[in-house]
Ligand binder design. Structure first.
Ligand code: WTA
Length: 637
């Protein structure tokens, strides 16, 4: 594979950037010409941010799996597409070449068809990090079914919410998943979810842990049995379904500041072009490189930079089932040496947690195959950046600090590895094709350098979300209504003296815990469901490893047990309703919450208390009951 659109120098970056602004359609038309289209598009772009309507490559016909698999078969048939490392370091790894991947995807696509899945149907995938997860995702795309992958850490209730929202009639799952020394009983969680989802017709269950599961006659089938059926049918081909560029490819649920998680929708053509373009440019991927993205496919990072970006570029993508600290904190480094990993892409929270183990787990490793390091998901602090640079990259690997979101589909702001300069803790510059702008509270543009503001994007890019599933108005409200004619990211941002961007964190009520997005309102709703809880307010506070921790202020009138028990019960409730990732780190019982006279909770004050900045509470005189602030501050955990 060659990538004619790969930018190789600062001059090329500047020229590409200029072209992308002056002639966006020409710019993206040239990038898109490098893919396999059954029919070329009629128009590169039509857009209106007010509605919003965003159409890329309208009239174009394609199937993303032909671009991710079929077109590589002649030249890369025997090249590893996916290398899989088990949770258990003793278990033999698996390598799927592009030819193997093709065979498996075709086979499972036929399984889906045999089970009644049709183009446009929604398929919920709830699995651990095994190759079959990538296979299931691609098999859906092959037949034009819309996948909705749900991270294996979410609870039954969260799955039920997502199944109902997407009206998904099909589920692909596994008996259980291995994660470190734990076994996650995925099928059993699905069974709990399905109590609320009688419309689900079929559940396909892959065997992994072989824990006991209940299989309901007429609804649940084993993956392996279904594969055998396809084999007895003679392993027929499954030609890829022809899709419109703007047909839905997938839904991925993500948290916002209000309500339940929303289903961010990405479409086939633009998402394919953008994930590939950003992959090739940011990581400066060279054919033959081994790319190791440590994210879970349950998050957007896994969708874009384990599956679609790398595979569409004919890359070798390494998939890891386990966790960085098991059986010990050298696991990532073992994997880097074992497979001669060239690009390592991980989260600041992982780096910080590994830093905590000191240099012993690193020291017996060569790490000399590494060429590029990347981070994603949250701001990286300078200390972690330097540790990564010195001890992992040995000061010779550029670090790309990639800023983007579930909604953006791919990386929007980042240095290009070794091409444009890095600056610790700064995402630096937008990719060509991306037009960021900072605005103040009133939506007025903040111009010039050494300034700060709310980060917006003023022009569409192919990977952006098109809608939120089943509720377009919610999409408009959330992203396009805050500021006129702009996509609002929800992030605060600084622009330094030479124009580098530094994302400082969310300015809305969304937390970023270990790189995972969690809405404060969602956590509050879960806490409030616990018997005995009268009211609660949740804020974030700085946490050494997680980036942000969850601090809950709770008015509690329960009678059942002491405070410690009550806290445990509340935590359990949150795990049940959302998942363990949303468990509060601190729960403080209070007698009241600081409210304005109109009854609005003053989160600003609670945030300051949680952060320990009690002397910076500001004016509290407008509160309904100013005395409650002192009481809360004194009781701070
Ligand atoms: C944050 C993850 C600082 C940001 C791909 C964003 C970052 C949210 C960075 C999206 C970064 C992501 N520096 N902050 N390099 N990357 N964020 O949807 O607040 O899970 O809005 O997508 O993570 O999280 P999401």
């Amino acid at each position: 594979m060659s990538y004619p659109y790969q930018i190789k120098s600062v001059d090329q970056y500047n020229a590409a950037y200029e072209k992308s602004v002056k002639d966006p359609e020409g710019f993206w038309g040239e990038v898109a010409a490098n893919f396999y289209w059954r029919k070329k598009w009629d128009k590169v772009l039509e857009w209106n941010f007010k509605k919003p309507t965003i159409k890329w490559f309208g009239g174009g016909k394609l199937n993303i799996t032909e671009n991710c698999i079929d077109r590589h078969l002649d030249t890369l048939g025997n090249t590893p597409a996916i290398i899989w490392e088990s949770n258990d370091p003793e278990e033999h790894h698996r390598v799927l070449t592009y030819r193997d991947l093709h065979a498996k995807v075709v086979q499972f696509a036929n399984v889906l068809k045999n089970n009644g899945v049709k183009k446009g149907d929604r398929v919920c995938i709830y699995m651990g990090m095994v190759p079959e997860l990538a296979i299931a995702v691609l098999a859906c795309a092959r037949i034009g079914a819309i996948h909705s992958v749900v991270f294996g850490g979410f609870s039954a209730q969260s799955i039920a919410d997502r199944l109902q929202d997407a009206k998904a009639e099909f589920v692909v799952t596994m008996d259980g998943a291995f994660r470190g020394n734990k076994e996650i009983p995925l099928k059993s969680v699905i069974d709990d979810a399905l109590v609320q989802c009688p419309f689900v017709k079929r559940v396909i269950v892959l065997t992994r842990t072989r824990t006991a599961v209940s299989m309901i006659k007429g609804r649940d089938v084993w993956w392996e049995d279904e594969i055998r059926i396809v084999e007895t049918q003679g392993n027929p081909d499954c030609p890829a379904e022809e899709m419109d560029a703007e047909d839905m490819l997938f839904i991925l649920y993500t948290s916002g500041s209000t309500g339940k998680p929303k289903g961010v929708v990405h479409t086939c053509g633009g998402y394919m072009v953008y994930t590939n373009y950003s992959f090739v440019n940011v990581f400066q991927y060279q054919p033959g490189d081994v790319h190791f993205c440590t994210a879970d496919i349950g998050w957007i990072t896994g969708h874009s930079y384990i599956v679609y970006g790398p595979l569409s570029a004919g890359a070798t993508s390494l998939m890891f089932e386990g966790i960085p600290t098991w059986p010990n904190a050298g696991r990532f480094w073992d994997i880097v040496d074992k497979y001669k990993v060239n690009v390592l892409y991980t989260a600041p929270t992982a780096i910080r947690s590994l830093m905590g183990f000191g240099l012993d787990p690193v020291k017996d490793h060569k790490l000399d195959s590494l060429k590029v390091l990347g981070t994603v998901g949250e701001p990286i602090n300078e200390e972690a950046w330097h540790w990564y640079d010195e001890h992992i990259g040995k000061k010779k690997c550029p670090i790309v600090d990639t800023w983007w979101q579930t909604e953006t589909g791919g990386i929007l702001i980042s240095n290009l590895a070794g091409v444009t300069p890095a600056k610790p803790a700064h995402a630096t510059l937008p990719l060509p094709g991306v037009q960021p702008i900072l605005v103040d509270e009133n939506g007025k543009e903040v111009t010039g350098n050494s300034v700060s503001g709310n980060l917006c994007i003023k022009f569409p890019w192919p990977g952006m979300l098109r809608t939120t599933y089943g509720d377009h108005e919610r999409c408009r409200q959330n992203y396009f209504a805050t500021y006129d004619n702009l996509y609002f990211t929800g992030d605060g941002c600084l622009r330094d003296e030479v124009g580098n961007y530094r994302i400082t964190g969310r300015v809305d009520d969304v937390l970023n815990v270990s790189g995972h997005r969690i809405g404060t309102a969602e956590v509050e709703n879960a806490i409030n469901m616990h018997a005995g809880v009268v009211e609660s307010a949740v804020v974030g506070y700085p946490h050494d490893i997680k980036g942000q921790g969850i601090y809950a202020f709770v008015i509690y009138q329960g009678t059942h047990g002491d405070d410690t028990l009550a806290r445990q019960d509340i935590t359990k409730t949150v795990s049940r309703i959302i998942g363990a990732i949303a468990k509060p780190d601190k729960i403080q019982f209070v007698s009241g919450l600081p409210k304005t006279r109109s009854g609005k909770i003053m989160r600003r004050i609670l945030r300051k208390i949680a952060e320990g900045e009690i002397d910076k509470l500001g004016d509290t005189s407008t509160l309904l009951d100013p005395a409650v602030v002192n009481e809360i501050a004194n009781g701070r955990l």
